[in-house]
Write a protein that binds this ligand. Structure first.
Ligand code: ADP
Ligand code: ZN
Ligand code: ZN
Length: 744
């Protein structure tokens, strides 16, 4: 017998090995095997078994078969293969990203290195002389922790925690300790109080529909539309209980678990130790531990972000994708560039399970699938407990600036008055400003120079708290500006508004209010989100100001005002989804107010474009109107859901080489088939990032002539040389993105 084996390489081909008789009963597709590869041993995964081989070279034997405790469930294996095909990613690379430790040795994962600061270390810190900033940062972090932390958890502070720790050990400032890995990551999430819940009539109807769909034992995609607070999470819990009672398992995907701890906590409360958590803040070891326990069948429910899709849960009966419209479900780099919602539908089909997509503001694609009845549409029309949706008010910033003659206006009078009223009543306020830093534009009044990141075609953002200029794409920083780098003039101006600037203004206007800023800068450390939200929940904070991370899934009963400082931040991005994203964000954030009947809420949206359809529809909470309008536009321009897209992004240090590759790509892809169009090559909207020039082409195929997109896939697969996707040639790299969510 022969096995085709893939390695974690960016290579499309698999390699042929002979299966010795001793392994012939244990090896199967999905088995991990040790194989000789290029003069050494390597770990690979068997993708298929054959009686014969047409391979002409020498065929070497498999050395060992590493048996996972139970092996991957078939539906998961099939999904991984689908991802590989659909997203043009070698199966080895798909496996590498799906498996918690990639292909690394599975026996070495059970030990955890812990690090503790010593007394000498604490003393050293008090008289630090200014060298070795990484060592200092690590020591400071350890000094601030009362207990012991794992070495790998220091990766937010330094690129190489083990080597830094080793140096600190040599100086006697820390101690290392090797410990068995037994930590259950859920221990970091204490259960909340249990709540008696009797579903409402409307909720019951939906639960019943889910039950019926499950009883059929077949794949059933369902789109549940319900505003925030309509009681969707309570339905998930009941439905999951029913599945568990029948011996099945449930996978719950949430956009970003660190931002939405409440859904996870409610599952934890209901299911205790049968729930596993899966999110990006887990260390690789925690992930590996969870994975192994899953294979042993310890958990019946997994709640997690995007990659939880790969959880090896057996007997999957229900998949829930909460807030299915969220972009964080799309993996960008490295490949596979998969969309977890779409892959969840595929996994559900493979498992014969019910897939429940939910949202108050579904993606236009899912909404359309609902219209076409590809998805069963269900709807919750009321908020639980008679809570009413907030009154939404639009404030026209242009008019406000005119009437106050204040052209730097950030917070309008109506918004300031509304905040003051809440503070007086000891109610809480959420404010959204979807841009971090202090000011996104820095320029010179004398020569007109504006300051860009040296590696990207992106403006530097000024961060006042750290006095640094930062590039939000590549992370490059530079010292804040005293004078113009071009002409030396001291007349440097800052323009635009980030969260730091809003924070500064709020502190001036409301000096005694408790205010917390939550954005990527204040939440770098593990647990920081959680602490800020906890303080807000305990009402130690009156005003929570933040980027879109505050808009998701939060449920605070004392919040009666939501303010959007500038509703337009995403409106004019050169992307066909800009309007959709603006609508979703504004609509969502409004849902954070007035979660209880006793305390009706209000939302105030400041905007320069009160007549824009996305803003207007969100303010009126008029979803149908918005979707109808957008669908009409998309149809006219042949954008999804009326077409499939493949984006081809060519990147290289040398601009001319990138362009000539892109032009060659174009000539290879033409002539197209009927119903297809090819746009570009054109400079990507961010034409240079991280030192690379970016040129893209967009391949479209109309839904009418190519409903499943197969023709488009076949064209791309046959005309683009595989080696172009596997590695760079002459410093130029090609990235292929199927169903891209961003065209920037
Ligand atoms: P969603 O997930 O749609 O935002 P939730 O499930 O969080 O809504 O419900 C909003 C609030 O109402 C939660 O505090 C939830 O516990 C409560 N709730 C929802 N349905 C019921 C019910 N049938 N009985 C009691 N409380 C409920
Ligand atoms: Zn200047
Ligand atoms: Zn940059």
């Amino acid at each position: 017998m022969y096995a085709q084996v893939v390695l974690p390489l960016s290579r499309y081909k698999s390699f042929t090995y002979q299966v010795p008789a001793e392994f012939s009963s244990t090896v199967r597709a999905g088995s991990f095997v040790t194989i000789p590869f290029r003069q050494r041993s390597a770990t690979g995964v068997v993708v298929s078994l054959h009686e014969r081989t047409s391979y002409q070279g020498t065929v070497k034997p498999i050395q060992a078969v590493k048996e996972e405790p139970a092996g991957l469930p078939q539906d998961l294996w099939d999904t991984l293969e689908w991802i590989s095909r659909y997203y043009f990613t070698p199966l080895g690379m798909v496996l590498k990203s799906a498996l918690p430790l990639g292909f690394s040795d599975r026996d070495s994962i059970r030990k955890l290195t812990l690090v503790t600061i010593t007394e000498a270390g604490r003393r050293a810190l008090t008289k630090w002389s200014g060298h070795a900033p990484a060592q200092k940062a690590v020591l400071e972090h350890l000094a601030a922790q009362s207990g012991t932390v794992s070495v790998s958890s220091l990766s937010a502070l330094t690129a190489h925690p083990p080597s830094i720790c080793q140096r600190l050990v040599e100086r006697g400032w820390v101690q290392l300790e090797l410990r068995e890995q037994t930590a259950d990551p859920l221990l970091q999430l204490p259960p909340g109080p249990v709540k008696e819940v009797i579903l409402t009539e409307e909720q019951e109807q939906i639960l019943k529909a889910l039950r019926q769909a499950r009883a059929a034992g077949q794949f059933a995609p369902i789109l549940l539309r319900g505003v925030t607070g309509s009681g969707k999470t309570e339905i998930y819990l009941k439905a999951a209980q029913e599945v568990l009672a029948q011996g099945g398992s449930v996978l719950v995907l949430v956009p970003e678990i660190a931002l939405t701890p409440q859904v996870a906590r409610r599952f934890r409360t209901t299911f205790g130790s049968r729930v596993a958590l899966w999110h990006s803040h887990l260390s690789p070891r925690e992930r590996a531990w969870t994975w192994q326990e899953l294979l042993k069948g310890r958990f019946s429910v997994v709640v997690g972000a995007r990659s939880a899709l790969f959880a090896p849960l057996p007997r999957l009966q229900l998949l829930i994708v909460d807030e299915e419209q969220e972009d964080s479900y799309k993996q960008e780099d490295p490949g596979p560039r998969y969309h977890a919602r779409d892959a969840a539908l595929v996994r559900g089909r493979n498992a014969g399970a019910v897939v429940l997509l939910t949202s108050a503001t579904p993606s236009v694609e899912s909404y359309y699938n609902g219209l076409l009845e590809r998805f069963t549409g269900l709807e919750l029309t009321e908020r639980f407990g008679g809570a009413v949706y907030p009154r939404v008010r639009l404030v026209d910033l242009k008019a406000e600036r005119q009437s106050t003659q204040n052209y730097q206006l950030i917070l309008s009078d109506p918004l300031v008055e509304a905040i003051a009223k809440r503070l007086k009543r000891e109610e809480q306020v959420i404010l959204l400003q979807n841009r971090r830093g202090f000011a996104p534009v820095i320029g010179c009044n004398d020569c007109g120079y504006t300051v860009f990141c040296p590696h990207c075609a992106v403006l530097f953002t000024y961060h006042k708290s750290s006095k640094l200029l930062k590039c939000h794409y590549c992370g490059t920083t530079a010292p804040g500006l005293e004078a113009c780098p071009q002409c030396g003039s001291p007349h440097v101006y800052l323009e635009g508004v980030g969260t730091e600037k809003v924070e500064e203004q709020l502190r001036q206007i409301f000096p005694t209010a408790g205010l917390r800023r939550m954005d990527a800068d204040t939440t770098r450390r593990r647990g920081a989100h959680h602490r800020i939200l906890q303080e807000f929940a305990e009402r130690k904070v009156d005003i929570l100001l933040g980027t879109q991370m505050i808009a998701k899934g939060l449920d605070f009963e004392n919040v009666t005002l939501v303010g959007v400082v500038n509703g337009d931040t995403a409106l004019f991005l050169p992307d066909f989804r800009a309007g959709e994203r603006t609508f979703q964000l504004v609509y969502q954030v409004c849902g954070r107010a007035g979660r209880r009947q006793e305390k009706p809420g209000e939302a105030i949206i400041q905007t320069d474009h009160p007549d824009d359809i996305a803003i207007k529809a969100a303010a009126r909470l008029d979803a149908h109107r918005f979707y109808n309008q957008v669908l009409a536009e998309r149809g006219e321009l042949l954008y999804p859901p009326f077409s499939r897209l493949i984006r081809l992004l060519v990147q290289g240090k040398d601009q001319e080489k990138a362009w000539s590759r892109a032009r060659e790509l174009r000539s290879r892809l033409t002539p197209l088939q009927k119903g297809m169009t090819l746009l570009g090559p054109a400079s990507a909207p961010y034409e240079r990032l991280r030192g690379l020039w970016r040129v893209h082409l967009l391949l479209k195929s109309s839904r009418e002539t190519d409903p499943g997109g197969q023709q488009l896939h076949r064209l791309a697969a046959s005309r683009i040389p595989h080696t172009w996707l596997e590695r760079s040639h002459q410093g130029v790299r090609l990235k292929i993105d199927v169903d891209p969510v961003s065209l920037l």
